[in-house]
Design a protein around this ligand. Structure first.
Ligand code: UFG
Length: 331
């Protein structure tokens, strides 16, 4: 099969860099576009990297002229909910406006397949659970709205330009490369599992639990953690789906099972052998009690089957990668 080059935008970031490794192991040719605002050059060592912004028309034109790009995977979004509330312009400018530049460049250069990193945040407060794709989409913060806007734009671009896309709505992306070559590296880090592991590694004094008064079994919030490698597998399946001529679609990506904050802490204690100090704090604004995916459509239409549906491998791999890449200074 002639597969052409896959352009991975945001390929030096957390999920993007795992995708790049995954694609290369699957024998695909890859080029990365990343402005390195939150990505790391060493995460794409040995991979063609165009250092630039997806909002930069000139950079895009040179890139598309130089590489025979057949499809684009777009991971270059800002992802922090709290920051999006404080600074919405940053989110709409990058996540929406710069994405438009990318889409227009694809149209100019005849590239008609896109896999877009969307999010469970497009749904807002859950009306029922688990959440399927027909759940109302009423995001409660600019981050979620920016992703929802792009999904709407993509539908219009398919009608107008024949640009087909799959939007993948991740629930809680977690874990890391089992070989420990790539890690989740956000600065600042706001996500639960890396923060717990930083506490285990002595990089933080404790983990703060935001609320124990939720209507869940142990009072802490429940989330659907999905291994980054399972996300990567879904992206490749989505790309094959488009290559076979499918129309645009959106799919949830999650395991369909939830784990509470306390359960995550307990498993992290087992995996790391560290006590991990906990401090109880007030609820964090905007956190729904339970967010769990119904990912039946991804299973049925894409043939996606997550391999890591337990917390242990997710935390083991994140811990291993952290030790290889993140925690050396603290030993
Ligand atoms: N939590 C803590 N302490 C921490 C960090 C998090 O108790 O130090 C709790 C949160 O309150 C939440 C759970 O751990 O209940 C998970 O929090 P994360 O920040 O790891 O993840 P979120 O569920 O808030 O966010 C994720 C993605 C977002 C996406 C959202 C979709 O990271 O990008 O799901 O709703 F928008």
């Amino acid at each position: 099969m002639n597969t052409g080059v896959v352009l991975v935008v945001g390929g030096a970031g957390y999920i993007g860099s795992h995708m790049v490794k995954y694609l290369r192991e699957a024998g695909r040719e890859v080029v990365v576009l990343d402005n390195l605002s939150s990505g790391y050059r060493d995460a794409v060592a040995g991979v063609p990297l165009v250092e630039g912004d997806m909002g930069d028309r000139a950079v895009l034109d040179v890139l598309f002229q130089r590489y025979a790009v057949d499809a684009v995977m777009h991971f270059a979004g800002y992802i922090e909910v709290g920051e999006s509330v404080r600074d919405p312009g940053k989110y709409y400018r990058n996540n929406v406006s710069h994405t438009l530049e990318l889409l227009d460049a694809m149209v100019r250069h005849g590239v008609d397949k896109l896999i877009f990193s969307s999010t469970a945040a497009v749904y807002g407060e859950p009306c029922y659970k688990p959440i399927d794709e027909s759940h109302p989409r009423e995001p409660i913060n600019p981050y979620g709205r920016s992703k929802q806007m792009v999904e709407a734009i993509l539908a219009d671009y398919e009608r107008a330009h024949g640009l087909r896309s799959v939007s993948l709505r991740y629930f809680n992306a977690a874990g890391a490369d089992p070989e420990g070559e790539l890690a989740e590296r956000h600065d600042p880090e706001t996500h639960l599992i890396p923060i717990i592991l930083e506490a285990a590694a002595g990089k933080r004094p404790h983990i703060a639990v935001y609320g124990r008064d939720y209507p869940t079994a142990d009072g802490t919030c429940v989330r659907d953690y999905v291994h980054v490698q399972d996300l990567c597998r879904a992206h490749l399946l989505a790309l094959e789906h488009l290559r076979q001529g499918a129309a645009s679609a959106a799919f949830n990506l999650g395991n369909g099972g939830g784990f509470s904050v306390q359960q995550v802490i307990d498993v992290a204690r087992e995996v790391t052998g560290q006590p991990i100090a906990v401090v109880d704090e007030a609820r964090r604004e905007g956190d729904p009690a339970v967010l769990v995916a119904d990912a039946t459509a991804a299973r049925e239409v894409l043939g996606w089957q997550p391999v890591h549906d337990r917390l242990e491998p997710i935390i083991e791999h994140a811990w291993k990668a952290g030790q290889e890449i993140l925690y050396q200074d603290f030993e």
